[in-house]
Design a protein around this ligand. Structure first.
Ligand code: ADP
Ligand code: ZN
Length: 529
């Protein structure tokens, strides 16, 4: 508009102040907004609560035309649109929950240029009539929210997202901004390629959430452990407790209520009204503990969640990070607490083995689980490991369980050297790469058909590891992965040496391993829930 920049203030800053009522940008926001306002494509990686929404909302308000926001969060579209409307922003949405008239209404508003923002469910863009509708209006930008949903390698793949590559082909001149709160380097690369964001500028914020204290402990009596956590550290606080199954959600909520905690259940098996009611109470009232499956939480913006507890092992580090990220959005000290036991591993392996989908899919789930286990078993700072998973560096934080009380560990240098030299010999002498199974078979001296087929029984490392069992060797490998002394590649999970491996092989570095849960006496593991 004509008055822009007369007072030295950019259009974006003015919108920030006048429309949203904020005095200044948060870290990263201004750069992203300026870039998109100027018509550039952007790929934005920013943790939950970092302020991603403004990164497309403000450019949509500054640029000519309607900003199209693709979001999988259908249940939240109404709320998002209401919140924007309350600020005086002209917003609408199109998704499957609407009837013909409601849709027609939004479509006419779009065509008449009476909208600033239009939220679309991704499946709408597979429908030709939607594409033709968009052709007839003026589009200022495309925002692709929860962009990690396009990545098959990620933890939250949605096939509808694959159709979003069409946006670029059909509207090459419209800038696109893809946003996500979780992406490993692999997922990051996959987002860029699947959405044809090769030319996009990448904005990667720090994934560190310094106010969250990460803690992972072994599971004995999970419900009692949880109750102790709430009573001693978070009495009267709002929190989220994640459980894997609907039954355990119900039972845990009941247990907490019986013990005087204001807890409510939330899972997909409850009817829509109960779900909405419980969610509403959690958002509005103080000190409600929501016991939920992972169906709960995406897009929930409650700043004062003081703790997130996991009673079951999350299926991936991305999931864990996203779920724990719902704690402490206000920046105040918060707890991310997880109880995990051997049974979790057994259960998840079984779920993976019996899951639908092909081998590639199962291997992917397996790799996610391994990474999650590695985080659980690390003797290093949890935060350092977590950041490393997302390709970022950190220093020991002093605010996680392993920093605060370093775990019992054993000198695993020799065991590590055995694993690494096996991988080394396969690569060096045979130009071969194998996964953990074959490495362990070689170490244990097992003459399996695959060992004989490749003549691995003639390797000098064959049978050098009989002092440990299979589970222990797998534990060693998992921990080497966690420490970056090994890396894993491709859909087959083949093991590779890293730069750091040579320090261990050259005896210049010692390796500390955490005591394995499997090492406990039988009687103790039996008592696990
Ligand atoms: P994300 O989508 O990254 O999880 P949101 O966009 O929902 O984060 O923003 C998180 C919270 O921070 C919201 O309540 C939002 O209004 C607030 N917020 C975002 N940017 C700013 C800012 N520049 N100043 C103050 N508050 C902000
Ligand atoms: Zn730490």
């Amino acid at each position: 508009s004509g008055e822009s920049r007369l007072d030295g203030e950019s259009d974006a800053s003015r919108v920030l102040r006048r429309v949203f009522g904020y005095a200044s940008f948060r870290e990263g926001q201004q750069e992203i907004i300026d870039h998109v306002v100027d018509g550039g494509d952007a790929l934005v990686l920013m943790p939950t609560g970092g302020g991603k929404s403004l990164c497309y909302q403000i450019p949509a308000l500054v640029r000519q035309g309607v900003g199209i926001v693709v979001s999988p969060l259908i249940a939240l579209m109404q709320d998002q649109v209401d919140a924007l409307t309350a600020l005086g922003v002209r917003a609408g949405f199109l998704n499957s929950t609407q009837d013909f008239d409601e849709r027609g209404h939004v479509e006419s508003a779009f065509l008449a240029g009476e909208l600033d923002l239009l939220y679309l469910a991704p499946e709408r863009l597979r429908v030709d009539s939607t594409l033709r509708l968009l052709d007839r209006g003026k589009i200022s930008l495309f925002a692709i929210d929860e962009a990690h949903c396009v990545a098959q390698w990620g933890h939250d793949f949605r096939p509808d997202y694959l159709a979003l590559s069409a946006l670029h082909e059909r509207w090459p001149d419209v800038p696109r901004v893809a946003l996500t709160a979780t992406a490993t380097p692999a997922t990051h690369a996959e987002i860029a390629s699947r959405l044809s964001l090769g030319q996009a500028r990448h904005f990667v914020a720090s994934f560190d959430r310094p106010n969250i204290q990460y803690r992972i402990e072994s599971k004995n009596e999970p419900k009692r452990q949880l109750l102790r956590l709430i009573r001693t550290e978070h009495p009267g606080d709002a929190g989220i407790v994640y459980c894997l199954s609907r039954t355990s959600v119900e039972k845990t909520a009941e247990f907490l209520v019986e013990n005087g905690i204001q807890a409510l259940p939330y899972h997909a098996g409850l009817d829509a009204r109960t779900r909405a009611e419980n969610q509403g109470r959690f958002l509005r009232e103080d000190g409600v503990v929501m016991v939920a499956t992972i169906a709960f939480g995406m897009g929930i913006d409650k700043p004062d969640v003081r703790f997130v507890a996991h009673l079951d092992l999350p299926k991936s580090v991305e999931g864990y990070y996203q779920e724990t990220g719902r704690a402490g959005r206000d920046g105040l000290p918060s707890t991310a607490w997880l109880a995990y036991g051997l049974q979790d591993v057994v259960q998840q392996r079984k779920m993976i083995d019996t899951s639908e989908g092909d081998d590639v899919h199962r291997r992917r789930l397996g790799a996610h689980l391994e990474a999650m286990l590695a985080l659980c078993e690390t003797v290093e700072c949890r935060r350092v490991r977590l950041l490393d998973y997302f390709g970022q560096q950190g220093a020991p934080c002093g605010n996680c369980d392993t920093c605060l009380s370093p775990p019992e560990s054993w000198d695993g240098t020799v065991a590590a050297q055995k694993v690494l030299s096996t991988v080394f010999r396969l690569m060096r002498e045979r130009r071969q790469k194998f996964g953990v199974g074959q490495i362990v078979d070689i170490l244990l001296g097992r003459r399996t058909p695959k060992v004989e087929q490749h003549g691995h029984d003639s390797l000098t490392v064959f049978g050098i590891g009989t002092e440990l069992g299979e589970a222990e060797w797998r534990g060693v490998v998992r921990q080497l992965l966690a420490q970056g002394l090994l890396s894993v590649e491709g859909d087959y999970g083949t093991l590779l040496l890293t730069e750091a491996s040579s320090e261990v092989l050259g005896r210049r570095r010692e390796v500390l391993l955490r005591r394995q849960p499997q090492r406990r006496p039988q009687g103790e593991t039996q008592r696990e829930a």
